[in-house]
Design a protein around this ligand. Structure first.
Ligand code: GDP
Ligand code: IMO
Ligand code: MG
Length: 435
C-alpha cells in the first residue's frame, strides 16, 4: 500500500496545485478523481505561473504519469486547449497523460444549460463557474450522459448524441425559451477531438490497481473542497461531485482500503467563490486586506474570492469526515501584519453555542462566529524553510490550529513557489505510507 490522497479542506483554492506539485516529485502516478475544468490549480515554478484545470498537477515532473480518473467530467475542447498550452511550453504532455475512457464528456449544451439554469435561479443562484459541470453530472446520474470511450464508436455515439441533443434542445427551447444548440458540427468535431485523445485513453482503474500491486506510489489529487462536496457541503451551494476522500474509489476504480494516507490542504484563513453561506466572511476593509494580501482572485473565473478568518468549526468537521492523517497549511505568509489574527472556534446561534457544523443551510447565515484572538507577526516568512525559523507568533498560530483540528499540521506553505514549503513542528520525513 503506497498511495496518498491530498484533498481540499475548505471551499476550494486552498493551494492543492502547489502542494500536489511538490509531493509529485516522489510519486509514480498523480490522479484527479472528481470535478472538471471548474477547478483551477496553480503551480508556480521559478516564478512562472501555470494554472491547470483538468490535467493533474504532477504534469511538470518527468517521471510521473498523470491520470484523469473516471469521476472527472471532461470538456474535449478545453482539454485540447490545456494540452496545447502546456505543449507550447515544451512539456511532453502526450507521454505523461492518460484519460479514463469512462470519463463523462461535457458538451457545449451542458454549458448552455448551466448558464440558463443560473439565470433561472435568480436570487437563488449558486454562482457556478459556468463550465457545464452540474448539467454534465446530472446527465451521468440520469443515464443520458456520454463517455469518452463512447465517442470512439461512431454509430453508438451518433445515436446517444442525437437522443441527448433532442432532449436538451427541448429543455433549452421549451422550458428556458432560448435558441436551441446548433449541432451540425458537434458530432464531427467531438469525433475528431476524441480521435486525438485515443492513444491516451485507458482503463484507469486497471492501471491504478496494477501500479498498486507493483508497489508504485499513487498520489490522488482532490479538486474543489470538502465544504463544496455534493453531500457533505453547504448544499445546494456546492459542486456536483464528491470532493472528499470518499470520492476517490468511485472516481477512479481504486479500492478504498488501498489508500494509505489522507491529507487535506487548508488555507491559513478562509476563502470562497460563488454564493452560499460562509460564517467567518469579512464584509469590511479587513476582508479586502486579506484579498489583496493573498491575491484572492479565482484561478478559473477571475472572480474576487470572498475572504474571512479561519473557521475551525468547519475545518474540524472536514477533518473528521475525511478521516485525515494530517493537514498541510498554506498561505501562512499572507497573514503577516494582521493584528490580531482571529480564529472561529465555535458559533453562537441566538443564545446557543454551536460546536459542530450544521447541515441546514437556512441556519448557517445566522451563525455568529465566536472568535479567539491570536498575536500576529510583522516579519516576512516567505524565506523560512524550517518550522523553527518562523517568528514565535506564527509558530503559535500553527500550533493553535493544530489543536483545533485535532490532527498534525505536516507541512506549512509560506509562498506560491514550489520551494516555499516547510515541514511541521514535528516534521515526518515524508507523507507516504510505508509500502
Ligand atoms: P487550488 O485550487 O487549491 O489548487 O488553489 P488555487 O491555485 O486556485 O489558489 C491558490 C493560490 O494561492 C494560487 O494563486 C497559488 O499560487 C497561491 N498559493 C499557494 N500556496 C501559497 C502560499 O503558501 N502562499 C501564498 N502567498 N500563495 C500561495
Ligand atoms: P479548485 O479545485 C473554488 C464553486 C463555484 C460555485 C460552486 C459550484 O480550484 O479548488 P460549479 O461550476 O462546480 O457547478 O460551481 O462551486 N467551485 C469552486 N470554488 N475552487 C474550485 O475548484 C471550485 N470549483 C467549483 O464557484 O460556487
Ligand atoms: Mg483553484
Amino acid at each position: 500500500m503506497a498511495s496518498t490522497a491530498v484533498i481540499g479542506l475548505q471551499w476550494g483554492d486552498e493551494g492543492k496545485g502547489k502542494v500536489i506539485d511538490s509531493l509529485a516529485a516522489e510519486a509514480d502516478l498523480v490522479v484527479r478523481y472528481a470535478g472538471g475544468n471548474n477547478a483551477g490549480h496553480t503551480v508556480v515554478l521559478h516564478g512562472e505561473k501555470h494554472v491547470l484545470h483538468l490535467i493533474p498537477s504532477g504534469i511538470f515532473h518527468d517521471h510521473a504519469l498523470n491520470l484523469v480518473g473516471r469521476g472527472v467530467v471532461v470538456s474535449l475542447e478545453h482539454l485540447a486547449q490545456e494540452m496545447e498550452g502546456l505543449q507550447a511550453r515544451g512539456l511532453p504532455v502526450q507521454e505523461r497523460l492518460r484519460l479514463d475512457g469512462r470519463c463523462h464528456v461535457i458538451f457545449p449544451y451542458h454549458r448552455h444549460v448551466d448558464r440558463l439554469a443560473e439565470t433561472w435561479r435568480g436570487e437563488g443562484r449558486i454562482g457556478t463557474t459556468g463550465r457545464g459541470i452540474g448539467p454534465a453530472y446530472a446527465d451521468k446520474v440520469a443515464r443520458t450522459g456520454i463517455r469518452l470511450a463512447d465517442i470512439l464508436h461512431p454509430e453508438y455515439f451518433e445515436h446517444r448524441l442525437r437522443a441527448a441533443l433532442a432532449e436538451k434542445n427541448a429543455l433549452i427551447a421549451k422550458v428556458y425559451g432560448d435558441a436551441p444548440e446548433p449541432h451540425v458540427r458537434l458530432f464531427e468535431e467531438s469525433r475528431a477531438l476524441a480521435d486525438r485523445f485515443r492513444p491516451l485513453i485507458v482503463d484507469g482503474g486497471e492501471l491504478l490497481r496494477q501500479a498498486d500491486r507493483a508497489g508504485k506510489r499513487i498520489l490522488f489529487e482532490g479538486a474543489q473542497g470538502s465544504l463544496l462536496d455534493l453531500d457533505a457541503g453547504t448544499y445546494p451551494f456546492v459542486t456536483s461531485s464528491w470532493t472528499g476522500v470518499w470520492g476517490i474509489a468511485g472516481g477512479t476504480g481504486f479500492p478504498p482500503n488501498r489508500i494509505g494516507r489522507t491529507y487535506a490542504v487548508a488555507k491559513a484563513y478562509s476563502t470562497r467563490v460563488g454564493e452560499g453561506p460562509m460564517p467567518t466572511e469579512l464584509h469590511d476593509e479587513l476582508g479586502q486586506r486579506i484579498r489583496e494580501a493573498g491575491r484572492e482572485y479565482g484561478a478559473t473565473t477571475g472572480r474576487p474570492r470572498r475572504c474571512g478568518w479561519f473557521d475551525a468549526v468547519a475545518a474540524r468537521y472536514a477533518v473528521e469526515l475525511n478521516g485525515l492523517d494530517g493537514v498541510i497549511l498554506t498561505n501562512l505568509d499572507v497573514l503577516r501584519g494582521f493584528q490580531p489574527i482571529r480564529v472561529a472556534v465555535a458559533y453562537r446561534l441566538g443564545n446557543r453555542l454551536v460546536r459542530t457544523f450544521p447541515a441546514e443551510v437556512g441556519v448557517l447565515p445566522d451563525l455568529e462566529p465566536v472568535y479567539e484572538d491570536l498575536s500576529g507577526w510583522d516579519q516576512d516568512v516567505g524565506g523560512a524553510r524550517r518550522f523553527q525559523e518562523l517568528p514565535q507568533p506564527a509558530q503559535e498560530y500553527v500550533r493553535f490550529l493544530e489543536r483545533q483540528l485535532g490532527v498534525p499540521i505536516e507541512r506549512v506553505s509560506v509562498g506560491p513557489d514550489r520551494e516555499q514549503i516547510l515541514g511541521g513542528e514535528h516534521a515526518r520525513t515524508d507523507l507516504w505510507p510505508s509500502a
